[in-house]
Ligand binder design. Sequence first.
Ligand code: MN
Length: 618
Amino acid sequence: MAAKPRFDALAAGERTFAKSARRLVGHVPTIALTPVADGRRGAYESNVEKTWRMTEKVYDLIARSVSLPDGTPVRVVVAPEIVYGPRTGAIAQQYYTEQGVSVNIFLSRSWAYSDELMSACQGIGSTEWQQCAYGLNQTDRPGAVWLKAFTAAMDEKGRPIFCVYSPDLEDESGLLSPFVAERLLRFARCAVAVAEMRGKNYLSVGSVSMGIIGSDVRRNAMLHYLGMGTVSYDMVGLQGRMARGLYDHEELAKAVKFLKQFKLDFGKGKRPLPKDKLVVECCKMALIVRDLMIGNPRLADPAVGRKQGFKADLEHAQGANAIAAGTQGQRQWTDLYPNFDVAESLLNSSFDWNGFRAPYIVATENDSKNGAGMLIASLLTGGMAQLFADIRTNWTPESIHAATGIDVGDIVPRGIIDKRNSGAGALDYAIDVLGLVKGGADRHPAEAWNAIRRSKALQKKLMAGAIEGTTYMGAELTYFPGDGLSSHYRTPGGIPMTAYRYNMVGGEMTCSVVEGETVELPKKVANHISNVTDKTWPETYWTPRGMTSYEYMSRIGPNHDANSFGLIGADLITLNAMLRIPVDMHNVPTDQLFRPTMWDRYGQNDFLVCQKLGPVYG
Ligand code: MN
């Protein structure tokens, strides 16, 4: 029995700011590996060594490659013994409960009893677990026979399970086949993303911006589809913190110094605020939004408060344990005060005045549905910054020719989308981040990002390049009467980039996923588009693969999408299947689709199977 808490001490004690090992409070996502085998004497003995070796290979693969945005490796635990019957299954289940497992990979090289022993180690509550089974493709002990028996049992139970099986016969003496490794890694990355956001929060700073439906935060959808809570914070609280100095003043000085190393163009004519004051106010907002998301123990410290002139407050210091946020800004705030462009562009980047670190996900105009996509894509790539975009204009080669006299038919035969958010964009998109890593564009973005996260030299290059490529520009005062500093840059061309967007249709969530690449337009064309739109805003010209820009513009849901460097369409489709969110449009090749076997039983009808299953936390 667990020891009785010391209630007397607890009752008398004062509260403190409880430390957490990571930025947010929460259990590190934990994947279980469950080797299974035939328990018959003789059969067991002839399989035991190779079954464990197979498990070890999967362990090494996942432990080496899958990590969270802050670099924390995912936890991988292994069943205490090979599962070959109901009792060994129960032993695994007990261990997994203690370990806080929420993802499980069964693996076998041989025949094993499927339904009976698996039932034991799935445990109660396993409808929220992500399940996968890998059966060896070999001749002496065909794991495939078990695999098919098992996945059929799971289908009959209505429990989705991903099935991994090599098309070619496998050689057990070497490494896992590239096909098997790729599928296992995709399952693991997606399942870890699902586990990491579960139980954390979306922080809504303000409410609905300019009637944009994306910024209408749907609390039940967040909970039922993503497993996330929602915290609302009125913008007046932010104003109060700025006015009363409730932020770390030493850190503010650091942030101001950091921002002043950028090229700054404060604009012409009479401006609402003196330049220095504008820089300070914009930095304050960035600090405070971050504090609201993750908390800040310095705000709870009376000594710091006395020294810096604010009233320390433990509750105010806590933050919302928010893994993503959105700032309304327009218009109640921006009509009067500087806009959120500095806050959003810096928080969304992979670095700030404290150096290289995991991005904070902050959606412009509090478009929480776009924020959800940014969060998911960032988790899937192991922490890459994401680009929030206004889907500003569809430019066909004909329109470009008519406007500039220049023929771009050879460069962008299908046209481009001008992705230009109204002032804020993660600064990583000022450079070719994948190009920093050798062969980066051909590797999975999570692999390329791992290489950057493990190299101080590459991080330095990234930060220097992004700072060099960005100019903070005085906001367009007709839109932002309270001024602000917009992050202006032009994303280089030729970089693979995936666009994605979550939508609500009535009470149901859907997702759109379209892969493509950024485009380098002739300078005269790019400048023309910039000048006739808004040259203070970040510019990314993008063309979808296998469809025209017009088709993209016609079929995408709302006015915003979000974007990730790299091709992550297949990952997003796998992750959406895990959450039972149907994908309403995509251009991912069929042979890359990887979804649970139930999708085959329902004729690959994504909408039907998602409707049958319902949201995973519903
Ligand atoms: Mn917008």
